[in-house]
Design a protein around this ligand. Structure first.
Ligand code: CAA
Length: 259
């Protein structure tokens, strides 16, 4: 197995765990961490032993406190543009575009690029001590890993404007009220709750879950016709063994036994 410098990973009970591991830097995403995230998500997305992914941060204080500001000073305009594009590609293609459900278990600060990483996940749950924000304007920047695009879709344009233009942090309860996270959990129960959600999803058809993710993502993709993606996927699923099993199990009043 590959050893990474900035993240830990493990596969257990069909769950791939990705833990950003730069605790002294509050798990800030330096460029090497982005490389490693790209690598592990490519690996997990292709590994049939992994049916779902939990993304979290090491320690009790931070999920990820943003892109690594210490790497910013020397970047040229062109390099900064490319850094933003790399973040977009990794978060869009490999996290949001993963065929497997990805849960962000937000265990503390999720700021800037750290919150943007969580926004790319399919489901977000937060510990009760979590704090979230997009503080980039206080650095003379704007969110660069998709925050201006994903946050308004999730919580509405007005609330997203306020969060991004003030740069203010919100607590977990406010994030829940805004629909930014699905649930708020005591910190010591956060991972267990993420596991519980994934294990529920694992009782469903794997191919149907993957197609549902694709169709939901297509709704937000201007390059695609989401309705057509849904219709094609719906038709396609009628040709699968899981469909036959799911419908026969329903009619026989038994629990389906998917592949
Ligand atoms: N980049 C680099 N280092 C960071 C960091 C970041 N985003 N966030 C925290 N750290 C480092 C600190 O520099 C400090 O390191 P040293 O011990 O070497 O000085 C260590 O983590 C601990 O941080 P603090 O001492 O600041 O901890 P605190 O408890 O006093 O404050 C905090 C916590 C409020 C989260 C504060 O660290 C903070 O405001 N961090 C920056 C948050 C931020 O602005 N994020 C956005 C980054 S820009 C971005 O992400 C662009 C994009 O969209 C791609």
């Amino acid at each position: 197995m590959v050893q990474y410098s900035n993240l830990n990973y493990v596969i257990k009970d069909s769950i791939g765990y990705v833990i950003i591991n730069r605790e002294p830097q509050l798990n800030a995403l330096n460029q090497e961490t982005l490389d490693e995230l790209q690598d592990i998500f490519m690996h997990f997305n292709a590994d049939d032993h992994v049916r779902g992914i939990i993304l979290t941060g090491a320690g009790l204080k931070a999920f990820a406190a943003g892109a690594d500001i210490k790497e910013f000073l020397d970047l040229s305009v062109i390099q900064a543009r490319w850094l933003s594009e790399r973040g977009h590609i990794i978060f869009s293609d490999l996290i949001e575009g993963s065929p497997k459900p990805v849960i962000a278990a937000i265990n503390g600060y999720a700021l800037g690029g750290g919150l943007e990483m969580a926004l790319a996940c399919h489901i977000r749950i937060a510990s009760d001590n979590a704090k979230m924000g997009l503080p980039e304007v206080s650095l003379g920047l704007i969110p660069g890993y998709g925050g201006t695009q994903r946050l308004p879709k999730l919580i509405g344009k007005g609330q997203a404007m306020q969060m991004i233009l003030t740069g203010d942090m919100i607590d977990a309860q406010r994030a829940y009220e805004l629909g930014l996270v699905n649930e708020v959990i005591a910190q010591d129960k956060l991972i267990a709750r993420a596991e519980e959600i994934l294990h529920k999803i694992f009782t469903r058809s794997r191919v149907a879950v993957a197609n549902a993710i694709t169709a939901i993502n297509a709704a937000e993709d201007k390059q695609q016709n989401g309705n057509k993606v849904e219709m094609d996927a719906f038709g396609h699923l009628f040709g699968t063994e899981d469909f036959k099993e799911g419908v026969s199990a329903f009619l026989a009043k038994r629990t389906p036994n998917f592949e």
